[in-house]
Design a protein around this ligand. Structure first.
Ligand code: ATR
Length: 309
């Protein structure tokens, strides 16, 4: 049994499962993939479900997702999770894409169904559940600012906020070039009349905009979707002056558990939460796509607590 597998390990079922008690039939595909917590999340749920299966990490080079998925289907895998940097490539490798994944522009969960490879995205719906669980509010009722809306995670969250019909959405990114096409794609969700534009319900701002501070007065939920905070020495991606006591602040980063942004937000009297709940809920939703009718939430929640100490 290995910490992670590669395409070469998928030559035959016997080779893949040599030395293992249970057959591998679910995997997370990433590059690199060794850091992925998905096995710690899904294996306990599989065991509690008496599935008799193994969940493995599979390192796949960019450009090889199609080949990897074909091999997994031939080896009778149930499905897979897809993580960075493959969520866009997976969109093209699927034969059918769920409407939500298409709107989010990325796939994070795959289900093999006979000859078909079905693509879903549980990051967006997982985010809605995470926000409800952490703050007891619904995304659709909120005025939201997403910092790092141009990145992969940010675009998925922004698209889900638009799909939910949130009150007001401010997309913030260091570079504006990724935000313009995103805002054009999301604008129809904010138009009260199809012939009208989104009005002021949808805005884009660069991270260094002097308007950021005034805009934050009218925001309920701030989301960090940048990678700033992953290192313990990282600063907050948002100037402290933008943080106010009425804010809910959600950091998609969960390791470290308290980023500088969350510390500063707490100091300003805001309510805060980290990305562990997003990891949990996207995982629960993926598991339920593979095993309809299952209830892995409690098992996964305690597994995750153990995994992150
Ligand atoms: P992805 O592959 O998902 O785009 P990424 O390159 O790590 O991941 O970037 C994620 C987000 O973090 C992006 O919004 C990125 O901003 P840019 O689009 O301007 O690159 C943001 N980001 C990364 N480093 C940053 C930094 N030092 N300051 C502000 N934003 C940063």
């Amino acid at each position: 049994m290995k910490d992670f597998y590669t395409l070469g390990d998928l030559s035959t079922r016997a080779h893949l499962d040599s030395g293992a008690e249970q057959p591998a039939r679910l995997a997370v595909l990433g590059h690199p993939v060794t850091h992925s917590l998905s096995p710690q999340l899904h294996q306990p749920a599989l065991d509690a479900h008496n599935a008799g299966l193994r969940y493995i990490r599979l390192e796949v080079e960019p450009g090889k997702i199609n080949e990897a998925l074909q091999r997994l289907r031939e080896l009778e895998f149930i499905g897979a999770n897809v993580t960075v940097p493959h969520k866009f490539e997976a969109l093209d490798a699927c034969t059918d894409i769920d409407a939500n994944a298409r709107t989010l522009g990325a796939v994070n969960t795959i289900l093999f169904d006979g000859p078909d490879t079905l693509g879903f995205n549980t990051d967006g719906p997982g985010f809605v559940r995470a926000i409800h669980e952490e703050f007891l509010v619904d995304v659709k009722d909120l005025r939201i600012m997403i910092v790092g809306a141009g990145g992969g995670a940010g675009q998925a969250i922004a698209s889900q906020c638009a799909l939910e019909g949130c009150e007001h959405l401010v997309l913030v990114n260091r570079s504006l070039d990724k935000l313009t096409p995103l805002a054009q794609r999301l604008a129809p969700h904010f138009a009260s009349d199809r012939l009208e534009g989104p009005g002021d319900r949808l805005r884009i701002l660069p991270l260094d905009s002097p308007e950021l501070h005034a805009e934050s007065d009218h925001i309920d939920l701030i989301v960090n979707a940048t990678s700033v905070g992953l290192k313990r020495t990282d600063p907050s991606p948002l100037p402290g002056a933008c943080l106010q006591p009425h804010h809910l602040v959600y950091d998609t980063i969960y390791s470290p558990p308290q980023t500088r942004l969350l510390q500063e937000a707490s100091n300003h009297g805001a309510r805060t939460a980290n990305g562990l709940s997003l990891l949990l809920h996207q995982g629960v939703l993926a598991f339920q796509l593979w095993f309809p009718g299952s209830h892995p939430l409690n098992t996964m929640r305690s597994a995750l607590r153990q995994a992150v100490g």
